[in-house]
Design a protein around this ligand. Structure first.
Ligand SMILES: NC(=O)C1=CN([C@@H]2O[C@H](COP(=O)(O)OP(=O)(O)OC[C@H]3O[C@@H](n4cnc5c(N)ncnc54)[C@H](OP(=O)(O)O)[C@@H]3O)[C@@H](O)[C@H]2O)C=CC1
Ligand SMILES: CC(=O)N[C@@H](CCC(=O)OP(=O)(O)O)C(=O)O
Length: 352
């Protein structure tokens, strides 16, 4: 059994990790931390876990994390980077759900996250946690910076159009003018109290935010450049807050080049994702719904080409807490421990 510790067990991604890992056949959860709820039985805070988890929360100091085989950080940015060195030295595999190990450029990290990077040498060995793009590197990694929620939907939505393995090296789209119009449910903002996610603020309401620049922009651009193998990527990314709890819906707009006008995009996407257990390319003309992935690690994609013109519209849905966070974490953990990638992740979505 893999002994797992979770730092930040009281947040939304933390409790989602508990839900998934409690049913994982090869995992024993041995430590769950909370600074605010230390001593409290986990199932008292989360009755959904009664009968499944009989541990109590412990403080991050009391938790014997160096005795774990794997530790997940479901914490705000900056927490994992302060503890990663000690854990790695003890032979523990580290999976960070925050952004400490996503951006490879420490100056970019400081600019977008407002703090200096605490361990650039560990950042250099960290692998980006997006299995459909980076599977072989994740298998060998000791530390993984899991892809962000919006970045997962945008990168997987665009990868077949940019990856040379898919395009045969042709520039099918104008990479300098990509638009991502993305919407998230309120759980994306976490469980902490914030005015913007109060019921009376977020329900019966809809708005864009961070149009000037969201911290996922540099992460997505870094990822798209790596997928494309060149730097000619320009992205307009506009996130929105929707009055739902779970789910991300990204509508991606790309302009086709001359070389891209005669391609069968449905076939291109189906071929690219044919062996991927968690990516569903829906029949042409589909309109994927967020609830079709709610509670599951699946990501669904549909491709549209209105009027058979030069604009391709790609629709992507995922559950931000599963494929956008904790499910992706379990998927990466499976790879890091040589398990079948789908272990513990075969839940069907809750619909309705
Ligand atoms: N929500 C989402 O959809 C997604 C979130 N993420 C990322 O995952 C991380 C967790 O997100 P989420 O679960 O939503 O956040 P929450 O705000 O819901 O939870 C944060 C957790 O971290 C703990 N925590 C806070 N500060 C510290 C600290 N200094 N040391 C140790 N523990 C701490 C809190 O527990 P306590 O205060 O009791 O110690 C709490 O359990 C964030 O970095 C987020 O950006 C990534 C993808 C998607
Ligand atoms: C709705 C909402 O507020 N979503 C969050 C993004 C989700 C998140 O937690 O960000 P990381 O993936 O970088 O960890 C936001 O826009 O800040």
């Amino acid at each position: 059994m893999i002994k797992v510790g979770i730092v930040g067990g009281t947040g939304y991604t933390g409790v989602e990790l508990l839900r998934l890992l409690a049913q994982h056949p090869d995992v024993k959860i041995v430590a769950i931390t909370s600074r605010t709820e230390a001593g409290l039985p986990v199932a008292e805070l989360f009755p959904s876990l009664r009968g499944h988890i009989d541990l109590k929360f412990s403080t991050p100091n009391d938790a014997k994390l160096t005795e774990c085989d794997a530790v997940f950080f479901a914490t705000p940015h900056g927490v994992a980077m302060a503890q990663a060195k000690e854990l790695l030295a003890a032979g523990v595999k580290v999976l960070d759900l925050a952004a400490d190990f996503r951006l490879k450029d420490v100056k970019e990290f400081a600019k977008w996250y407002g703090m200096e990077h605490g361990c650039p040498e560990i950042l250099a060995q960290a692998v980006y946690g997006l299995p459909e793009i980076n599977r072989e590197a994740i298998k060998k990694a000791q530390i993984v910076g899991l892809a962000g929620c919006y970045p997962t939907s945008v990168q997987l939505g665009l990868a077949p159009l940019l990856s040379p393995a898919s395009t045969g090296g042709k520039q099918l789209i104008d990479g300098n003018h990509i638009i991502s119009d993305s919407k998230s449910g309120t759980s994306g903002a976490g469980r902490k109290a914030e005015i913007g996610t109060l019921l009376s603020e977020a329900s019966d309401n809809f708005k864009a935010y961070s149009v000037k620049g969201h911290r996922h922009l540099p992460e997505i651009v870094q990822g798209l450049k790596a997928i494309a193998g060149h730097d000619q990527i320009g992205l307009t990314f506009v996130p929105h807050l929707t009055p739902m709890v779970r789910g991300i819906h990204s509508t991606l707009y790309v302009r086709l080049t001359e070389a891209g006008m005669d391609v069968d995009y449905q076939k291109l996407y189906e071929t690219f994702y044919q062996d991927e257990p968690f990516v569903d390319v829906m029949p042409a003309g589909s309109h994927p719904e967020t609830r079709s992935v709610r509670g599951s690690n699946g990501l669904r994609i549909a491709i549209h080409r209105p009027g058979n013109g030069d604009t391709l519209v790609i629709l992507v849905v995922e559950d931000n807490l599963v494929k956008g966070a904790s499910g992706q974490g379990v998927q990466c953990m499976n790879l890091m421990f040589g398990l079948p990638e789908t272990t513990g992740l075969t839940q069907i979505a809750l619909s309705p």
